[in-house]
Design a protein around this ligand. Structure first.
Ligand SMILES: C[S@@+](CC[C@H](N)C(=O)[O-])C[C@H]1O[C@@H](n2cnc3c(N)ncnc32)[C@H](O)[C@@H]1O
Length: 231
C-alpha cells in the first residue's frame, strides 16, 4: 500500500489551508513534475552505486531540492551529516553552500565511504565535502561545539536520539535540523512492521516532538522528514 495515498489531515484541525481534504500520491507526482530533476552527474552516481551493490536508499531528487532550498534560506555554510551512503545527499547539499562552505559527512561502512569519497573527488563540489569513516556515535563527539549551521541525520534510527543531542551541541542556535524517515519506510502505522527499525523511528518521533531544544515538524516528502531549528 502506498502510504501517501492515505495521508489526510485531522478533521478537528482549524479551518486553514491544510483542512482541504486529502493529499494523495497524485499530488506528490504533481510536485515531482514541478521540480527540477537530478542532473547527469547524480544520475550516473545512482547508476554506479547500484553497479557497486550499494543499496538504493538515498534521498530522491525532490527531497534533495527541498534540502538545498532549506540550506540556502538558512544561509548555511557548515553542514554535518550522519549516513553518507554513496554521497548523493552530501554532494547535493554541498551544491547549496557558498564556496567556503563544507559538508562533513559520517559513514560507518568503509566501502560506502570510499565510493562516496571517489564521487566527491570527481564532482563539482570536490573540496567541499569531507567524508569521515566511522560511526556517528564516535565521530560526532569530535566535532567542535557551535561549528555547524545545519545537520542531516539519515543513518541508523536507534542512533537518532543520541545524534540529536550531539547536533544540539554542534549546531549554532537556530541551526537547521533535518532527519529522514519519520514515516518509518512507509510502515509507521503497521501493527506488525517487517522492518526492525520501525520501533526506533516511532520512539524518535515522540522524542523529537517533545524535545525542549528543537522546534520541529514532519514534512511529508519522501519517507517523511523532520525539519526543525535548534533554540
Ligand atoms: C539511508 S543511507 C544514507 C543515504 C544518504 N544520506 C543519501 O541520501 O545519499 C544510510 C547510511 O547510514 C550508514 N550508517 C548506518 N549506521 C551508521 C552509523 N552508526 N554511523 C554512521 N553511518 C551509519 C549506512 O551504512 C548507510 O550507508
Amino acid at each position: 500500500m502506498d502510504p501517501l495515498s492515505t495521508l489526510s489531515f485531522p478533521t478537528g484541525a482549524p479551518q486553514m489551508s491544510v483542512d482541504q481534504g486529502l493529499v494523495t500520491a497524485a499530488h506528490f507526482r504533481y510536485i515531482a513534475e514541478h521540480c527540477q530533476g537530478e542532473d547527469a552527474f547524480l544520475q550516473q552516481l545512482r547508476h554506479d552505486a547500484q553497479a557497486a551493490e550499494i543499496p538504493a536508499i538515498s534521498i530522491g531528487p525532490l527531497q534533495a531540492t527541498f534540502v538545498q532550498i532549506l540550506l540556502r534560506a538558512a544561509r548555511a555554510k557548515q553542514v554535518i551529516e550522519v549516513g553518507t551512503l554513496a554521497g548523493y545527499s552530501a554532494i547535493s547539499m554541498a551544491r547549496a553552500l557558498p564556496d567556503d562552505g563544507c559538508v562533513r559527512t559520517i559513514e560507518i561502512e568503509p566501502a560506502h565511504a570510499a565510493f562516496a569519497e571517489a564521487k566527491v573527488a570527481d564532482s563539482d563540489v570536490a573540496g567541499k565535502v569531507v567524508v569521515h569513516c566511522g560511526s556517528g556515535q564516535d565521530i560526532l563527539p569530535t566535532f567542535e561545539s557551535g561549528s555547524a549551521d545545519a545537520a542531516f541525520l539519515d543513518a541508523d534510527k536507534s542512533g537518532y536520539a543520541t545524534y540529536l543531542e550531539e547536533c544540539c551541541r554542534i549546531l549554532k542556535p537556530g541551526g537547521l535540523v533535518m532527519v529522514d524517515n519519520a514515516f518509518a519506510f512507509g510502515q509507521l502505522f503497521y501493527e506488525d512492521p517487517t522492518d526492525r527499525e520501525v520501533p526506533a523511528v516511532r520512539a524518535f518521533n515522540d522524542h523529537m516532538a517533545q524535545h525542549p531544544g528543537v522546534d520541529g515538524i514532519i514534512v511529508p516528502f519522501g519517507d517523511g522528514m523532520w525539519v526543525g531549528a535548534t533554540r
